[in-house]
Design a protein around this ligand. Structure first.
Ligand code: NDP
Length: 291
């Protein structure tokens, strides 16, 4: 079997076009959507992510504000900026790029962001709302995965779904979204005893491990939908320097029914959902003042 490719670039381009139309309509009503991004320190990957987010905003007609802080900045300085942005009615989304340097209490910083502007969906209140299947800002990566599954009409109700990874930003919210959609979900992690036993049962397999080519074809159920969240840069071998996912695409695509590539899969959808959340927040703000 050769799997159907779920093209994240094409889907992201389509959804970003719709978002740009909504942003233009809001701007015409006098409310240009605006995202504030805070970057602390010099982590090169974080700097690339922030640059991509700011560029994507610009392309979609969303205003962006960027605040850069040195690695040794005091948490209080960042908290003061968050308070200012929370109070600014022209700002609709606030994002603090993770990870933060070790002197930070990450949970405290995330909870200092107004729930109404938490477009990353990491505030404990938004996480709680998601777990209760109430309306909430959904974390961008798992939300993007749900859109990808929807785009290829994957039937979720009753499906066996396996998520590898239990992080707060990908694995856990992914499992909650799939549960809310009616799938039977197993969450695997580094303490899981027989990983392949679980993955081979999965109609939908989501890999969010952070290990290059970790999931191989023999771990995949024939015909399964395989979603590769991983973004890894290969350290050695003939492909050194290249990006690859957590799934060994060559062997898995021979067994799966559908699969996302890396790059060009989940990555572009993550930023797309950030833009969507910002526009949703701006729309709410516009309605609140009768615009
Ligand atoms: P974390 O490092 O926070 O989590 C990794 C998870 O994988 C943990 O739950 C860990 O288990 C589990 N794990 C590690 N080793 C094994 C193993 N041998 N067997 C089973 N499970 C294992 O990573 P993130 O969730 O933040 O990210 C995961 C990947 O997704 C990374 O490659 C990251 O770069 C990528 N990513 C991509 C995004 C995108 O836009 N496409 C956005 C965000 C992340 P345990 O909890 O027990 O340690």
């Amino acid at each position: 079997m050769t799997a159907r490719i779920i093209d994240g670039n094409a889907l992201a381009a389509r959804v970003r076009g719709e978002i740009a139309d909504r942003a233009a309509a809001l701007s015409a009503r006098g409310v240009q959507p605006c995202l504030a991004v805070l970057l602390v320190g010099v982590d090169p990957a974080s700097a690339v992510y922030v640059r991509n987010k700011v560029a994507a905003c610009e392309k979609a007609g969303i205003r962006s504000l960027r605040f850069d802080y040195p690695q040794d900045v005091a948490q209080a300085d960042v908290m003061a900026k968050l308070a200012e942005l929370n109070a600014d009615p022209s700002v609709h989304g606030i994002l603090v790029q993770l990870p933060l340097p070790p002197q930070f209490d990450e949970a405290a910083v995330l909870e200092a962001i107004s729930v109404a502007k938490d477009v990353d969906g990491f505030h404990a209140e938004n996480v709680g709302r998601l777990s209760q299947n109430q309306e909430a800002f959904l974390p961008c990566t798992p939300h993007g995965v749900m859109k990808m599954l929807e785009s290829v009409d994957v039937k979720l109700a009753g499906a066996e779904a396996v998520v590898i990874g239990r992080s707060n930003i990908v694995g856990k919210p992914m499992a909650m979204l799939l549960t809310n959609a009616g799938a039977t979900v197993t969450v695997c992690h580094s303490r899981t005893r027989d990983l392949a036993f679980h993955t081979r049962r999965a109609d939908i397999l989501v890999a969010a491990v952070g290990k290059p080519r970790f999931v191989t074809g023999d771990m995949v159920k024939p015909g399964a939908v395989v979603i590769d969240v991983g973004i890894n840069r290969l350290q050695n071998g003939p492909d050194e320097g290249k990006l690859c996912g957590d799934v060994d695409f060559a062997s898995a695509s021979e067994v799966a029914g559908a699969i996302t590539p890396v790059p060009g899969g989940v990555g572009p959808m993550t930023i797309t959902m950030l833009l969507e959340n910002t526009v949703i927040s701006a729309d709410r703000a516009a309605r609140a003042v009768g615009k």
